[in-house]
Structure formats: structure tokens, C-alpha cells
Design a protein around this ligand. Structure first.
Ligand SMILES: *Cc1c(COP(=O)(O)O)cnc(C)c1O
Length: 401
């Protein structure tokens, strides 16, 4: 996607706009699979919550991906997109037994992350295969917002509760076919991840009928120049070797599974917004765009730094700007950022806008959620229409006063 392609897309579909490069998703998918070429059975389940558009699910499935879902609605989205149920894993956290039962009727792989549901489910459905989510209590990465393996995390069953898990499994006679962990969002240090994997391997030896081991995700992608990125190739080589040794000892070729979201789609996405106003104050120059945290909340929620390029004036002189939005709330995308000189009407392109951007958007300030476009085989394809006033009011009920 060249700057001209992006500008043309804004002309055609309006602003603000999300646009995703299908070829980029494909190369990320292939990169991950290739890193594990020494493992006989590798399965990549795409974390649907990162970017849930059905055309994107379809696309990733066409490369060979299964789906990792966290709600019954995501399961239905994946099924509606044509993904077969046996390629969908359902990994919810803190949902009701009823919702899990619904997922069972839809035919997807269940992953249970607490002892209470494990016991209830096992008692009721001892024959239905279940994966167990273990919390190895290893923190990969330093940000407690996005690390879910540490001691205070609400995710997974503590590894220290293995005796209790085993007692439930023995008492109910339930069938455990997979074991899972998802330690957090950043594999900064491969050795930390491998350490957590050892804990999972150790837990796996307690179950005799496993079919797969799921290592979750945590692949880090660069957001700005100089950012550390997971060395997927080195990681693949090390974990593959260890996994194959485990399988030899276990006596069966298991499937090695991952469930990346960010890694597959983050860098493929650009968020395009128009500068409404350039405002000079005593301390800074604001560039105010036709958006806010209603469309892209990651900078405000996580302090994420999305690179911002002025694609209307990419060779202009660089100046310092604070990029802010138009909603009535502090909505700073970037402070004191060096950007090619901005004029009102210019289009700014935010990088890494594929994962957790559109899916976290809202109607705050009664604004419409943006349109989404997939750049596929050299052409833009609209995959989500911009909302209209109709969408905004369709579920509101006006009472008689
Ligand atoms: C969100 C999530 C993922 C994906 O995480 P990324 O950092 O986007 O790769 C994987 N597994 C589970 C269970 C998740 O909740």
C-alpha cells in the first residue's frame, strides 16, 4: 500500500478509515509457521479479538489458521465466516457454565480456566474433551497491564493447584486433550518464555491423552524504531527442539499450538485520519484530527506509541506536534512528536493499527465507528461500512413522557 493508495482509499471511503494489508498478514503467518518447520504438527489459531472482521478471519483461515475465541459471539463470528468448528478453540475467562455449554453444542474445542467450572463441566460431560488453561506464574514482559501469567492474575488455573486438577480429572473421568498457557503480551525474553514452557511440559506429563499443547501468545511486534521485537526464528528453533524431545518422551507426536493476535495483524493495519485544525498555543502546536479514543484508544489506555506519518506531505519539513482528537475528553495520540509539516486537511497515517484498534472502538460522543478496508491483491475492498445515524439509534427506546 503506497501513500497514494492510502489517500485514494480515504477519498473513496471517507475519513477516518482503517485499512489492512492482506499480504502483510500472510507473510507474518508464514514467518511464524516457518519458524516451527521442525515440528510435525503446528497449529496457529488466530486470536479473533485482535481484529474480528469476518473477511479477516476468512483470509487468515485461507492461509491455514484456526481461530482462538474468547466469547460465544466470537465463536459465532468464526463459524459465520466459514471456519469449521474443529478449527476453533474457545478460551474464555470467567464465563458461565451455560455459555460453555453453548460452545459445546457449536462443536468447538473448550478450554477451561478455573477449577469450579472444570469440576461442574467434568461431572456433567465426562466424555467431551477439554483443554486446561494453566497459569505458570511467569511474567514475560514488565507491564502489569498486559502480563497475565503473574501471581495476582485472574487468568488460568494456578500451577500450584495441579493436585486439585488431577483429583477432579480422576474423580470425573473427564478427558483432557490439551493443555494451555497464555503468559502475557510480550515475549521480550525468549528464555523467560522457555522457562514458562518447562512448567507447562511438566504439567502435561500428568495427562495421558493429550493431543496438543497450546503456548498462547506473547509475540512482540515493533511499534516504533528501536523497539525490541520477538526473534521468532530463534524462538521457533529453541522451542521446537524442546517440544520434539518432550513428544519423544511422552510417546506421541502432539500438536504445538499458538494463538497470536498482534503478531499476525498489528503491522498490517493503518489508521487514517484527517487533520481538522492546526492550533498554535503558547506551549505547543496541536494537530487535531477527526477522531479520538472512540476510534483508537491504545495510546490513552496502554500508553502505546503508534508511529504517525503525514502521508499528504511526506517530504515536508519536520516539526513538533501534539496530535489530539476531537472528542470532549483528553485524547492525546502523541505528545511532542516530530512529523512532516502539517496543514489542515492533511491525512495522518497511524501505524500498527491492525490489532486492538477497531475492535476497541466505541460510539463515545455519539460518533460513528469508522469504515474498514482490506487491501487484497492490489485493490481495496470495503469490509465494514462506516456507521450511520440509524446504527446509533437503532437500539434506543424513547419512552413517552
Ligand atoms: C488476547 C489473547 C491472545 C492474543 O494475544 P496477542 O498479544 O494479541 O498475540 C492469545 N490468547 C488468549 C487466551 C488471549 O486472550
Amino acid at each position: 500500500m503506497t501513500n497514494q493508495d492510502l489517500l485514494a482509499a480515504v477519498k473513496e471511503y471517507g475519513s477516518p478509515l482503517y485499512i489492512y494489508d492482506a499480504a502483510m498478514m500472510e507473510s507474518q503467518y508464514n514467518r511464524l509457521v516457518n519458524a516451527f518447520k521442525d515440528v510435525k504438527h503446528i497449529k496457529v489459531n488466530y486470536a479473533v479479538k485482535a481484529l474480528s472482521n469476518m473477511s479477516v478471519l476468512k483470509l487468515l483461515h485461507s492461509f491455514g489458521a484456526g481461530m482462538d475465541t474468547v466469547s460465544i459471539q466470537e465463536v459465532k463470528l468464526a463459524l459465520t465466516a466459514g471456519i469449521p468448528p474443529e478449527m476453533i478453540i474457545y478460551t474464555p475467562n470467567g464465563v458461565s457454565l451455560e455459555e460453555i455449554e453453548k460452545a459445546v453444542t457449536l462443536g468447538v474445542q473448550i478450554n477451561i480456566d478455573n477449577l469450579s467450572i472444570l469440576e461442574q463441566f467434568g461431572t456433567k460431560y465426562p466424555k467431551i474433551p477439554v483443554c486446561i488453561r494453566i497459569n505458570p506464574h511467569v511474567m514475560a514482559g514488565g507491564n502489569t497491564n498486559i502480563s497475565v501469567g503473574h501471581i495476582d492474575s485472574k487468568f488460568g488455573i494456578s500451577i500450584h493447584q495441579m493436585p486439585h486438577i488431577q483429583r477432579i480429572v480422576d474423580n470425573t473421568g473427564m478427558h483432557i486433550n490439551g493443555i494451555h498457557m497464555h503468559t502475557g503480551s510480550d515475549i521480550l525474553d525468549i528464555d523467560v518464555f522457555l522457562y514458562a514452557s518447562e512448567i507447562l511440559f511438566d504439567a502435561a506429563t500428568h495427562f495421558k491423552d493429550l493431543e496438543f499443547i497450546d503456548f498462547g501468545s506473547g509475540f512482540k511486534v515493533p511499534y516504533k524504531t528501536g523497539d525490541i521485537e520477538t526473534n521468532v526464528e530463534e524462538f521457533g528453533e529453541k522451542l521446537s527442539k524442546r517440544f520434539n524431545t518432550f513428544c519423544d518422551n511422552y510417546g506421541k507426536e502432539l500438536t504445538l499450538a499458538f494463538e497470536p493476535g498482534k503478531f499476525l495483524v498489528s503491522e498490517s493495519g493503518k489508521f487514517l485520519a484527517k487533520v481538522n485544525v492546526v492550533k498554535q498555543t503558547t506551549s505547543t502546536v496541536f494537530a487535531q484530527i477527526d477522531s479520538g479514543f472512540n476510534h483508537l484508544i491504545r495510546p490513552m489506555l496502554y500508553g502505546s506509541q503508534h508511529e504517525i506519518i503525514n502521508i499528504s506531505n511526506p517530504d515536508g519539513k519536520e516539526r513538533f506536534y501534539s496530535v489530539v482528537g476531537y472528542i470532549c475528553e483528553t485524547d492525546t495520540f502523541a505528545n511532542n512528536r516530530r512529523i512532516n509539516e502539517i496543514s489542515e486537511g492533511d491525512i495522518l497515517s497511524f501505524h500498527n493499527a491492525g490489532a486492538y484498534c477497531f475492535t476497541m472502538s466505541s460510539n463515545y460522543n455519539s460518533r460513528y465507528r469508522p469504515a474498514e478496508v482490506l487491501w487484497y491483491q492490489g485493490k481495496p475492498h470495503l469490509i465494514q461500512k462506516r456507521e450511520t445515524f440509524e446504527d446509533l439509534v437503532k437500539n434506543q427506546v424513547q419512552i413517552e413522557l
